[in-house]
Design a protein around this ligand. Sequence first.
Ligand code: DC
Length: 228
Amino acid sequence: MSKNLVIAIDGPAGSGKSTIAKFLATKIGATYIDTGAMYRAITFKALSGGFIHDIHKIIEFSKSAKIKLTYENGRTRVFVDSEEVTDFIRSSEVNDNVSEVSRIPEVRAELVKIQQKMGQTETVVAEGRDTTTVVFPNADFKIYLVASIDVRAERRLAEYLENGVQISIEEVKENLAKRDKIDSGREVSPLKKADDAYQIDTSSLSINQELEIILDRINKIKISKQIK
Ligand code: DC
C-alpha cells in the first residue's frame, strides 16, 4: 500500500492559499482541508447564538460541537452538528470576529485534533495558519505563501463582490492588516514560516505558474521518498 501524502500550506489572508490548495487537491486527487473554514464555523455559531463575547461558552461549544468538512466536486462544505453552515461563514461579520475566536487555545486544540485525524489516512492538502508548524509538522511538503498587501486586498475585494458584499478597498485593507497583526502576534500557534517551508510569492504568478512550481517539487519529493 502506498503512503498517503500530506501537503501543508500556510500564509496570511489573501495570499492565495485556498485557490492553489483547491487546484492542487483536484490535480493530485487529494482531500482539501480548509482549516480556516472550521474557525469560521465556530465563529458563525457564536455570533448567531449570541455568545461571541463569552469565551467560556465558545470553548464549551467547540468541545461539544461536531465540526465536519467535506470536499466534493471542488467544493468544501462545512457542517456543525449536521447543520450546514457553508453559506454563512464568509460574511464580513464572521471576518471581523474570526481572528479573536481562533486565538483561543482550547478551540485550537479541538480543531487541530480533527484536522490531524483527516491527515492520518488520506492524501491531503491542508491550508491555514499553523498547518506547517502545528497540525502537520512532519508534512511531506510545506509551502509558505506570501503576496503584497495590495494584491491580497484586490483578491479579497473580488471575493466579497462575488458574494454580493459591498465594501471599499480601504476597508478590506484595514481588515487584512488587523487580521495579519492578530494572526502573527498571538501567543498560541502564530502564523509564521516554518524553517523547512518552501516560500512562494504569488503577487505576480498565475495559478498555472504556481501549480507548475508546486507539482514539480511534489514529483521530486515523491521520487526521493519512493511514494507512488
Ligand atoms: O483562511 P481564512 O481567512 O478562512 O481563516 C480565517 C481565520 O481563521 C484567520 O483570521 C485566522 C484563523 N485561522 C487560524 O488561526 N488557523 C488556521 N489554521 C486557519 C485559520
